[in-house]
Each structure stands twice: as structure tokens, then as C-alpha cells.
Design a protein around this ligand. Structure first.
Ligand SMILES: [Cu+2]
Length: 662
């Protein structure tokens, strides 16, 4: 497989590739720029309230993302109220898989806000370009400066302090561009102590330390072609997870890629971009920091992925298309070593991920036709192949005797949508069909302790593929002064994978109450809706508001867990000369549709008030912004429906930051 990827990569590199704009001229710098600018025009990594946000805080500002929080660090992003197994999480299209059986390390925890340009979120099957999915895709786009005829050097330095948890951070990034050569670099440090909740009580084990650095170099190999190499190194140390029975001692990731891009001046094919990548993660948990644990368990994990992603952009008249080939191989290993207080007396060893290899190849196409000036039709599809191999299948045979060591799955997907613009209004309707394979834990996990419902989870290699049928619609209106938009989607998912109590087997962990096996429900239904509006009250006074609603049930009309109750957000933004002030109120209504079967209890309503102000000035010739603000101004004690084990959230947090652009 690895060899196949390499051969394919070499083949693709040997051929020609490239661009996106119909106006083709000899000036290739411009061409390359135009391709890049699509990324730059998107939202910057900051929120209305805060300019120095973490990747998680930025993602939280998107209305189809919610989070399971196990502490202050590495929140698990849920897309359309579905867990990470149901979405594809990629960095520039590269697949990466966390090395933690307890989901301490979603892919989003391995990047930093100063090496990203934007985050591309696609809902449902529209996200199938990067691989088989049910919920959609989250693609973290790295910064990549375009080639420029003029030599340019820029960068930014950001520092700040947050008072609640004594978080101190320093983020720096630089970029250099010329006609032939481009370099992007970033470095960041964050260190935080335990945070305090709304009762001013310390939440123990909520500290973290993160170091991240990245480097990207691009060289123009010809008037219409370029090569680019990228690397990210991330290290998290001494990270507490207050909601879990153990913490993270050390996690390290290295994420590398080499890409070749070719643009074409004429013809149907405009851009061909091919990338080979490699990433490796090591993850070491530690429970010796928890004196309440009588028996200690070391649970290290490793995840290594090699892959290829090759993408073509086609365009002719009113037709444009993206074609993407994905191929990767991942090896996931997790160990469990148990011993009493004395480490030398090891009493048990097991693989919680018994060396699981996953190979995946998919070819995906998104086509769009501008049917008329006002309407567009999108049709796309994907065909994927997923292969799993379990090296130490004896762990899987304990609960599933005789199950084959290997498994092949075919994962087709289809989607279509129609968009219509009439004057200042716009509408869309869409539908989709797709499948996904079980994740490594769902398929092959062995005694993975879930501290939320306090069960040990066992994977099932014979699980059926999840099959999703989806419908979505949106409508909006926009003029110079205001905008309003409503969006809704509905998923009917067959063979919905979830844990159910097993009558056999006894718990391994003394904290656990029993054993659950991953099994398929006949079906589950999910509905998501959002309503957003904005209005410019005065030229320099802007209002924004939003509501989200979701409902999800299983085949017996019972509630599914981790579904966000009715939630809202409203904010005001006032600008005056060099000052700007913003305030926001956000909250959830009472969670009535909770699921006791999956360990949930009702969560009361809460509302959080935030306020921040910033001042822009010139420090010598550098544009500088100083910001001061407070989150949870009233120091409200609360936890949300998705706080693991109902751990309280942060109380009042005063934050300051300074950003210098040069
Ligand atoms: Cu972990």
C-alpha cells in the first residue's frame, strides 16, 4: 500500500497540473496568487470577542460545531451534533488520527491559531471530498503566503495573559515572499494553571502546556509550477483532564508533507496539486497524579499515518469541478499496563488498540454548473475502500471469537444541491447519501474505559457500515444594512454505532460499573437548525444574533447523548475612531432531552455575558492592537450539556492581549 502510494505519487508528479481563473495570462505569479487568495479571503482566526483565540475557541464560533469538554484543553469538536468518528478531520486535506483511546487529542489539538489561515467546515456529504463521512468535514487550512514579484517580509507577534488560569501565551509568525521563493514560519508557547469555576473553587488537574512550531517553504520550479514542503511540530506536556481519571504526561506530533503544484494556462484542467505526507503522534497518559487511584495504569498510544492527496480543479465556461484522490495508511497502537502502587509489580498487560492498520483510498468529485446567472447545481460523489487489519486479533477474539483478522469495506457517497439567488435573497436545497466505516475504537477497541457512563467499551470488528441519508435546506436575505439566514439539515442514519451493555465480561477498571460493546442501532435520526441575523444599527454600531436547535433520537425514540439544547448568542459591536468595544451574551436553555441510558442527566439553563475593548495604534510603524476583556463577567457557576462528568466551566476570566503586525 505504502509502495502503491509512492508509485501513484511519482506518477502524478510526473504529469502536469493546474489553475482556477478563466482569465489566463502569461503572468504566472498572478495565477498562483489567484489560486491562493481563495484561502486568504476567508475568515481570520479570531472571534468577535477575542483576537487571540485558541483553535478551539475559534471553532466554537461556528454554529454547526459544539464540543465535548473534558477540561480546559483539546476539546472534541462535534459537527452537526455528531462525534468525531462521524466527520473527517484533516489538515490541508491530510488525514491524521489521534493516539489517545480517551479522545484527549483531537486533530485540532495539534495546530495553533498562528499557523492556520482558516478552517473549512462542510456539512454532511458536501464534505466527502476528503474521505467517507456522515457528519461532514473540518479541514484546517495552514497559512501559505503566495509568491510575489516584490520581495516582502511580514509577520506578527502576539502575547497575552488570562487571569483566571494564569494563562500566558506568546505567538509569533513570519513570512517571506519573493518571485521564486516563499517561507512561512511560526512558533508558539502557552502555559496555563488550574482554572477557577464560578464559585471561585479551583478545578484541579486543568492545567496545560503547549508548544507548537511550523515551517513551510515553497519554490517556483517553473512559470506555472511550484513545490512546497511543510512541517508542524507540536508538544503538549503536563495537561490535566479534570473530567477523566487520568492526565496527559506528554504528547508529541510531527506532521510533514511535500507537494507539487502545476497550473495550466488553457484547457479544462487548471490546477493539479499533489501531496505526499507523513505524520506520527505519541501520547503518554499518567494517572499517578491522582492519589485516589489505588491501581495505576499506564496507557500509551501511537498513531502513524502515510498518505497521498491529489487534487485537480477543472473549469470550462459555466462548469467547474474538483476531483480528489485520497490514500492513506494508519497504524494505531494503544497499550494498557496495570500495576499496584509499586511500578515494578506489573499485574496486567493488554492492547486497547491491538496494532490496527487502516488503509483507505477514495476518489471524490464535486461538480458545479452555473445553470443560469442566478442558479447553480452541484452534484458530487465519492467511492472509498477501507481496509482494517488487527495484528493481535486474540484481543478481539475474546468477545468476538473467530472474527476475521482483516476486513474490507466499500464506502460510496453521493450528494446534490441546488442554489438559487433572487435579488437579495438566496435559497438552497440539497440531499446526500453516504457511508462510513467504524473507527479503530468502535471496531477493535479493547476495554476502553469511558468515565462518562463508567463502562469499559469493547469494539466489534463485524459492525456494519453506518449509512446516512441526508436532506438540507437554507434560505437567506442580505442587503447593505442587514442579513438573515436560516439553515436546517436532517440525517437518517442506519446502523448507527453506539455502546450497549454486554451481559458477558466483567469490568477491568475498579472504577467501572460494567462492560459495553459497540453495536448498531437499527437507525437514528438527527435534526439541526440554525437562525442567524445581523443588523447595522448605526454606521459604527453592529448587532448580531443567532439561535441553534437540534433534536436526535434512536430507533426507540429515546434521546441520543451530547445533543445541544436550544442555544443562543447575541452581540453588539461599537467602533469609535481607534477604539472598539464589543459585548456578547450567550447561553443554552435547559437540556430536557437528555439521555440517562448514556450517562446523561438534565443540565440547567445558563447565560454568560462577555465584554471586551480594543485600541489600535502605531508602535513606530507597526500596526498594534491592545485588547482587554472579560469572559463570564458575572462569574456564573455553570456546566454545559457536553461537559464530561458535569465539570464546572471557567468562572470570570479577565484577558489581555497585544498584537503587533509588521
Ligand atoms: Cu489520553
Amino acid at each position: 500500500m505504502k509502495q502503491l502510494s509512492i508509485i501513484l505519487g511519482v506518477l502524478l508528479l510526473g504529469m502536469n497540473a493546474n489553475a482556477q481563473n478563466t482569465e489566463v495570462q502569461g503572468d504566472t505569479t498572478r495565477l498562483l496568487d489567484e489560486v491562493k487568495i481563495i484561502g486568504i479571503a476567508k475568515r481570520k482566526i479570531e472571534t468577535e470577542m477575542k483576537m487571540a483565540v485558541s483553535v478551539d475557541e475559534f471553532l466554537a464560533s461556528s454554529d454547526n460545531i459544539s464540543f465535548i469538554k473534558r477540561g480546559a484543553y483539546a476539546w472534541e469538536p462535534l459537527l452537526n451534533n455528531m462525534s468525531t468518528e462521524r466527520s473527517t478531520l484533516t489538515i490541508d486535506g491530510m488525514h491524521i488520527f489521534g493516539a489517545c483511546t480517551d479522545k484527549m487529542d483531537p486533530v485540532t489539538s495539534y495546530v495553533e491559531s498562528n499557523n492556520l489561515s482558516t478552517i473549512d467546515i462542510k456539512s454532511g456529504q458536501e464534505g466527502s471530498l476528503h474521505g467517507a463521512t456522515v457528519a461532514g468535514s473540518i479541514d484546517l487550512k495552514r497559512k501559505s503566503t503566495p509568491f510575489d514579484m516584490e520581495k516582502k517580509f511580514n509577520g506578527a507577534y502576539q502575547t497575552g495573559f488570562e487571569f483566571n488560569n494564569n494563562q500566558f501565551f506568546n505567538l509569533g509568525n513570519v513570512s517571506y515572499s519573493s518571485d521564486k521563493f516563499v517561507a512561512d514560519g511560526s512558533i508558539s508557547f502557552r502555559k496555563a494553571g488550574n482554572y477557577s469555576d464560578g464559585n471561585n473553587d479551583k478545578v484541579n488537574h486543568s492545567q496545560y502546556n503547549k508548544f507548537n512550531t511550523s515551517l513551510g517553504l515553497a519554490y517556483k520550479t517553473g512559470p506555472l509550477s511550484s513545490v512546497r514542503v511543510d512541517a508542524i511540530y507540536d508538544k503538549a506536556k503536563d495537561v490535566g483532564f479534570p473530567a477523566l481519571p487520568m492526565d496527559l504526561w506528554l504528547s508529541r506530533a510531527i506532521i510533514t508533507s511535500a507537494a507539487y503544484k502545476q497550473l495550466f494556462e488553457d484547457g479544462l484542467l487548471r490546477v493539479w496539486d499533489t501531496k505526499l505526507y507523513f505524520n506520527a503522534i505519541e501520547h503518554y497518559m499518567d494517572d499517578t497524579t491522582r492519589p485516589e487511584n489505588l491501581v495505576h495504569m499506564d496507557m500509551p498510544g501511537w498513531s502513524t499515518t502515510y498518505g497521498l492527496v491529489s487534487k485537480m480543479n477543472l473549469k470550462k465556461d459555466s462548469y467547474s469541478s474538483e476531483i480528489q484522490l485520497n490514500a492513506y495508511e494508519n497504524l494505531s497502537i494503544a497499550e494498557m499496563r496495570m500495576y499496584p502502587q509499586d511500578r515494578s509489580e506489573r499485574t496486567m498487560f493488554a492492547y486497547s488498540w491491538p496494532w490496527i492498520t487502516t488503509r483507505f483510498v477514495s476518489l471524490a468529485v464535486n461538480n458545479s454548473w452555473d445553470v443560469s446567472e442566478k442558479s447553480r447545481l452541484n452534484i458530487g460523489g465519492t467511492l472509498g475502500w477501507n481496509y482494517n487489519h488487527s495484528k493481535y486479533a486474540e484481543f478481539n477474539w475474546i468477545f468476538h471469537p473467530g472474527t476475521p483478522q482483516e476486513k474490507n469495506r466499500f464506502l460510496p457517497g453521493l450528494h446534490a444541491s441546488y442554489q438559487l439567488n433572487i435579488d437579495k435573497s438566496y435559497f438552497s436545497v440539497g440531499t446526500g447519501y453516504g457511508r462510513r466505516a467504524p473507527s479503530v475504537s468502535e471496531g477493535y477497541g479493547y476495554y476502553i474505559y469511558n468515565s462518562f457512563d463508567r463502562y469499559d467499551y469493547i469494539g466489534n470488528p463485524d459492525l456494519k457500515n453506518e449509512i446516512s441519508y441526508e436532506a438540507n435546506a437554507s434560505a437567506g436575505f442580505k442587503n447593505e444594512k442587514m442579513g438573515i439566514e436560516i439553515k436546517a439539515n436532517y440525517f437518517h442514519i442506519q446502523n448507527y454505532i453506539i455502546g450497549k451493555v454486554l451481559s458477558l465480561g466483567s469490568p477491568m477498571n475498579y472504577q467501572s460499573v460494567g462492560v459495553k460493546g459497540y453495536t448498531s442501532l437499527d437507525h437514528a435520526k438527527l435534526f439541526n437548525m440554525s437562525l442567524n441575523a445581523n443588523y447595522d444599527i448605526l454606521q459604527h454600531l453592529h448587532w448580531k444574533g443567532g439561535l441553534t436547535y437540534a433534536r436526535a433520537t434512536d430507533d426507540k425514540d429515546g434521546n441520543l447523548p451530547f445533543i445541544r439544547p436550544l442555544s443562543y448568542q447575541t452581540s453588539l459591536h461599537l467602533m469609535h475612531k481607534r477604539f472598539s468595544v464589543q459585548t456578547s451574551l450567550n447561553g443554552d436553555f435547559t437540556q430536557d432531552n437528555f439521555s440517562p441510558e448514556y450517562g446523561e442527566d438534565p443540565t440547567p439553563a445558563y447565560a454568560i455575558w462577555n465584554l471586551s475593548a480594543d485600541y489600535t495604534f502605531n508602535l513606530k510603524n507597526f500596526k498594534t492592537v491592545l485588547q482587554v476583556g472579560a469572559e463570564n463577567l458575572t462569574n456564573k457557576q455553570y456546566s454545559t450539556y457536553a461537559d464530561w462528568g458535569n465539570i464546572p466551566r471557567m468562572g470570570r476570566n479577565i484577558f489581555t492581549s497585544l498584537k503587533i503586525n509588521f
